[in-house]
Design a binder for this molecule. Structure first.
Ligand SMILES: [Fe+2]
Length: 328
């Protein structure tokens, strides 16, 4: 039986079981389907091999020495490098509690011992189909991140700006008690917020002179262009408001829509707060980096003028002063 019939690539599967006969059985099935198999005879070994080999699928026995299957599953699903790899837990029949525990730890599928070959093949195939889609999506995301960093690299004065913004935004978001999805969006928004500058000519983007009114009109388009570039990726849904609204102003004087106060999404307001901070702290062709006292004074001034969300400015300054943030 060819488990991988219909796929246009070869997969790498990690199998962990302390019973050599089980390992051999699974290995035989998978290898006869031209799949690369990595084996581990205990949980610790399985986790370490998953990090090194980055498999497309992990098959885990529950009861294993050193580290049991639950712990391996938990570690895989909480590690950024392996969290998207599907995990199948192998349990004895009718172990309902074991299944519930596995689901709670992030397991994607269960297989009962002894194996039914047809069921095994069907479950493995369905998870690999999912993994293939996830990989394609990840590739598309990687391209967009690279493009965004390419925009940043055009301007030698903004080196590391996107990474810092991602880092600061997450910290401010966490201080404000935002949920995990919003924090993830902030991390991505830090990198992607200015991706729309791809659509702005270099003569404007890198102009050594103050921009004319007409040039400003084009520059402001980067918010809507950026949103349009990222819109096709559903996984970026929560990042779109950050890209579109990161230049709105608390008093309604910003762009592209002139949104006011709390009608500006909180994630966009967070990104703007840290963006202003980073710009003031950094060297620009027209100014040296400001001292931290002057940065805070200016941020407070802008909040008093009504440009920025005063609560966010206050919280962010507290965060920096409390050393909760590494300064540039
Ligand atoms: Fe921007």
């Amino acid at each position: 039986m060819d488990v991988f019939k219909g796929f246009d690539r070869n997969f790498k599967v990690l199998v962990a079981d302390d019973q050599p006969q089980n390992l051999e059985l699974i290995k035989d099935i998978l290898q006869s389907s031209h799949c690369q198999v990595i084996t581990a005879s205990n949980g610790k070994d399985a986790f370490e091999k998953a990090l090194v080999h980055e498999p497309d699928l992990v098959l885990l026995d529950v009861m294993m020495p050193e580290m049991d299957g639950y712990e391996v599953c938990h570690r895989l699903k909480t590690n950024e490098k392996t969290q998207l790899v599907p995990v199948v837990m192998i349990t004895a029949l009718a172990e309902l509690d074991a299944k519930i525990k596995g689901i709670e730890l992030g397991a994607d599928e269960f297989l009962n011992k002894p194996f039914n070959l047809a069921e095994f093949a069907a479950r493995v195939r369905s998870l690999l189909r999912l993994k293939q889609i996830t990989d394609e999506l990840e590739n598309a995301e990687t391209v967009l991140f690279s493009l965004a960093l390419g925009v940043e690299a055009k301007d030698p004065n903004t080196n590391g700006h996107c990474e810092r913004l991602a880092n600061y935004s997450i910290k401010l978001g966490a201080t404000l008690g935002l949920d995990q999805d919003s924090l993830k969006a902030l991390k991505r928004g830090g990198i992607l917020h200015d991706i729309g500058k791809l659509g702005v000519p270099d003569s404007i983007l890198l102009s050594p002179h103050p921009l004319s009114e007409e040039e400003w009109l084009i520059m402001r388009q980067h918010t809507v262009i950026g949103e349009r570039i990222c819109r096709p990726l559903r996984s970026f849904k929560q990042v779109l408001p950050i890209i579109r609204y990161h230049h709105e102003r608390w008093d309604g004087g910003g762009y592209p829509e002139g949104l006011k106060g709390e009608s500006i999404p909180i994630t966009a307001r967070i990104l703007q707060t840290v963006d202003v901070f980073d710009a003031l702290c950094s060297r620009r062709p027209y100014k040296p980096p400001l001292s931290m006292d002057r940065v805070f004074d200016q941020m407070n001034d802008e909040a008093k003028k009504g440009w920025r969300d005063p609560t966010l400015v206050y919280e962010f300054i507290r965060l920096v002063e409390g050393k909760g943030l590494e300064q540039p």
